[in-house]
Design a protein around this ligand. Structure first.
Ligand SMILES: Nc1ncnc2c1ncn2[C@@H]1O[C@H](COP(=O)(O)OP(=O)(O)OP(=O)(O)O)[C@@H](O)[C@H]1O
Ligand SMILES: [Mg+2]
Length: 781
């Protein structure tokens, strides 16, 4: 269904108009929305900082790096490309999110490149009924080809498809591989980069093994060439008219040399295999570590991005593939050495023979590049489906969903959907195999023809008398060996290219993750934290149409307990994440001691935060690790642990465990056990207490606690505040917030009431109504 509905009255007010038409200068004006120069900007074929991009755009006569038909989505953290339906090209569309304020530009906007449209002409007279554009998100800038295709193709064919389980989150395609991946030229162009990545990783992982591989390959090359060249002398000697004993006498050293060279070649091959076998796993481990190092630093909002997850999954495959790339590189080098040696021999024998070898190589190389390109494109495009198939398998086997799978008899339902999606995946594999078979047979036929031509030319040269019989024999031997090497070479090349594309993806995702990482060289936060405040705070989740927070102004002082209350979905948890710098505002600001979180070094900010989030992590580790992970950068402290456990009731939980603090809290592992919801909550609270930071944020900390434990926890929270801790408390238990210094009532992302319990009760508003309702319920029971 088009969004917003065509006769939505609000939409009339927000309908794009000439005033809203994107003019290039508009992009620059968006700095007013809180974009800073450091914010990342993604445009087709480019990924730069906003200041670089804005500078580029502002240069007179400069071609704007955007294309007609491409929507650009802007918020405070990124600008992303969206593929737009053709009808909407050149103007703002009704697919843009509603402006959160009535005063002009929204904090988040979707705009269309206006390169070809003069100011004012872009506005439609009536809002066009367009389906929401399909987000290309991070893919748009990493995969230039997608963007390039978007400029000349219609809207994506599968955006309208919905899946019974995954709705519009279900995306895959039968698109052919992009030309950038499937051509031989592209393969050859990417090869140095693939080998370069592996070499650098190899150097970092195990330089000795890398050197062993390199030296053995080099010696192997020399030995192979020597074998071929001496083989010619051997053949010439054999076919000469000299007497037999003289032949034996003169040829014996030559034969011994050939045998020696072959033995050295074999030895080198063994060294290369052993060294690359040691090197491969180390490289893969290093690649995985590098990726994970970057991933844990990525902004929270990026971590929630589906496209980033798809790319992350491909990149994890890419990290594993680096080990195989090492093996294939070694194999390829061996193959290349043999081919070069054969070439050398052919040049020495008759230069006319050399082009024929290339002619024989070309069809195979084309076939390999095409097949590997198709496989890679398919892996990337079907990653979401592959993840969904994995997810279904996990849901059927994971202990957390086991209860419902049985009690609600969901097993059959999940199995049916698993079968359906897995079949789609299998069909895709079959489609790829068909394409591969066709490509291979074509390449095979062409290279057969090339081989025929090669031997034909050789025969002609002998008939013409332009070459001797011995030379032709050596040439035939060299050609045959090189053809065999070629077959091995081609197989290695295919494996290398296929894995290499994944490796390139790994490198790109590492780079993307680095660009999306929480900046570290910002202003450090200087403790103590005296105030946290928000000013006109807006926040819209990426891809959401309505803001989760819409102009929030709050102020919290050191030593205060501030409570956030409101209905489900009113924005309390989102506000907590913005207050703690996990998200950055779409517009407006969150300030710590007066400094916006966008300017602060958030590592120093998080140093000051203890967080019990609504869905806090139940680490599948021991009870002890579950608490001390709150301060993982320091060795465990006994007294701190005892205090934290006693303050939150975690001590009672641990006392009942068979192995006390050493009990593993993961049923899926040997010797593991599980806790009740309330017991877990006590552990979650104990972790925050153990962390002992001056700002404590607790989101629904007592929802599973028994009444006595709940009262205890709130008493302890009040004590903490009396000792100078700033407490941000989110709860639906209004009896517990009555003692808070200030209560903010949220509704649909806005603060609708604020004050102390007494003040709010006397105004008789929403808070008073909620409080009375809870109190009545309590009295009635
Ligand atoms: N990660 C997310 N991505 C997109 N939208 C989200 C996300 N988290 C929350 N929302 C949306 O933001 C709005 C506010 O959600 P939030 O979790 O802040 O509500 P809440 O007040 O904490 O609710 P509750 O009392 O149920 O915990 C909701 O409409 C929700 O659907
Ligand atoms: Mg919440």
């Amino acid at each position: 269904m088009p969004w917003p509905p065509p006769n939505d009255s609000d939409q009339d007010q927000n309908r794009p108009s000439a005033r809203h038409s994107l003019h290039i200068s508009r992009i620059l004006e968006m700095t007013a929305l809180g974009l800073t120069g450091r914010d990342r900007v993604a445009l087709p074929g480019r990924h730069c900082s906003f200041s670089e991009c804005a500078g580029d755009i502002s240069k007179p006569g400069r071609k704007v790096p955007m294309q007609k038909g491409l929507l650009i989505w802007v918020n405070s953290t990124s600008i992303r490309g969206w593929r737009a339906p053709r009808a909407s090209a050149g103007r703002l569309t009704s697919a843009m999110p509603r402006p959160p304020t009535a005063s002009g530009w929204p904090a988040t906007a979707m705009v269309v490149s206006m390169r070809a449209t003069p100011r004012g002409r872009g506005a439609p007279s009536a809002a066009p009924a367009v389906t929401p554009a399909e987000p290309l998100a991070s893919r748009a800038f990493a995969d230039k080809t997608v963007v390039r295709r978007a400029s000349h193709r219609q809207a994506p064919t599968r955006s309208a498809e919905t899946d019974p389980l995954f709705g519009r989150g279900f995306r895959f395609s039968y698109d052919p591989p992009s030309s950038a991946d499937a051509s031989t030229r592209a393969a050859l162009r990417k090869l140095p980069s693939i080998i370069g990545i592996t070499l650098r990783l190899g150097y970092r992982a195990d330089p000795a093994a890398l050197a062993a591989v390199a030296v053995s390959q080099l010696v192997m090359g020399v030995a192979t060439s020597a074998t071929y060249l001496t083989a010619q002398r051997l053949l010439t000697g054999l076919f000469s008219a000299a007497p037999a004993d003289e032949k034996i006498h003169s040829l014996l050293p030559v034969a011994a040399f050939v045998a020696g060279a072959m033995a050295i070649r074999g030895l080198c091959e063994a060294v290369a295999v052993a060294a690359s076998g040691r090197l491969g796993p180390r490289i893969a481990q290093m690649a995985q570590l590098t990726l994970l190092e970057q991933a844990v630093r990525v902004e929270q909002v990026t971590m929630e991005d589906a496209d980033f997850h798809n790319r992350l999954s491909t990149a994890r495959q890419g990290a594993d593939a680096t080990a195989r790339v090492t093996q294939s590189t070694v194999g390829l080098c061996g193959g290349a050495v043999s081919i070069l040696a054969a070439l050398w021999v052919l040049v020495a024998l008759n230069p006319l023979l050399t082009p024929l070898l290339f002619v024989a190589l070309a069809p195979r190389a084309w076939g390999v590049a095409r097949t590997a390109g198709a496989r890679h494109a398919s892996t990337k495009r079907w990653m979401e489906l592959a993840r969904q198939v994995d997810l279904l398998a996990q849901l059927m086997t994971h202990h957390e969903s086991a209860e419902e799978v049985r009690a609600h008899r969901v097993g059959g339902f999940l199995l049916a959907h698993y079968r359906r999606l897995a079949t789609l995946s299998a069909d895709e594999q079959a489609r790829l195999a068909r394409g591969e078979a066709f490509t291979r047979s074509l390449a095979g036929a062409l290279s057969g023809l090339a081989a025929l031509a090669t031997y034909g030319v050789l025969l002609l040269l002998v008939i013409d008398g332009r070459t001797t019989f011995a030379t032709a024999g050596t040439a035939a031997f060299a050609i045959r060996s090189s053809m065999m090497s070629l077959t091995g070479f081609v197989m290695q090349f295919q494996q290398l290219y296929q894995d290499g594309l994944l490796t390139i993806e790994w490198r790109e995702v590492c780079g993307h993750a680095r660009a999306e990482a929480v900046p570290v060289r910002a202003r450090p936060l200087i403790p103590p934290v005296e105030t946290i405040s928000t000013h006109g705070l807006h926040f819209t989740y990426p891809g959401a149409r309505t803001p989760a927070l819409d102009g929030v102004d709050i102020d919290i002082q050191r030593g205060q307990v501030v409570a956030l209350v409101g209905e489900n979905g009113s924005g309390k948890s989102t506000l907590a994440k913005l207050l703690t710098g996990l998200y950055l505002p779409s517009s407006g600001s969150v300030r710590w001691n007066g400094v916006p979180t966008t300017e602060l070094d958030r590592d120093t900010l998080w140093e000051q935060v203890s967080l019990v989030s609504q869905d806090f992590v139940q680490w599948p580790f021991t009870a002890l690790a579950n608490i001390v992970v709150g301060r993982s950068d320091r060795p465990a402290e006994g007294r701190r642990l005892t205090n934290a456990a006693r303050s939150t009731g975690a001590d009672v939980v641990v006392d009942r465990l068979d192995d006390g603090w050493s009990t593993l809290l993961a049923r899926e592992f040997f010797g593991g056990t599980n806790l009740s919801g309330g017991q877990w909550q006590r552990l979650g609270l104990a972790r925050a207490w153990y962390r002992g930071a001056p700002v404590l944020v607790v989101d629904e900390p007592t929802s599973a606690l028994d009444p006595a434990a709940e009262i205890d926890v709130f008493n302890k929270i009040t004590e903490l505040a009396a000792n100078g801790t700033m407490v941000i408390l989110i709860t639906h238990r209004l009896a517990s917030v009555a003692r808070a210094d200030r209560i903010y009532v949220l509704d649909a992302g806005q603060v609708v009431e604020r004050g102390t319990h007494a003040a709010l009760m006397s105004t008789n508003g929403r808070y008073a109504a909620m409080y009375r309702l809870q109190a009545e319920q309590f009295l009635a029971t």
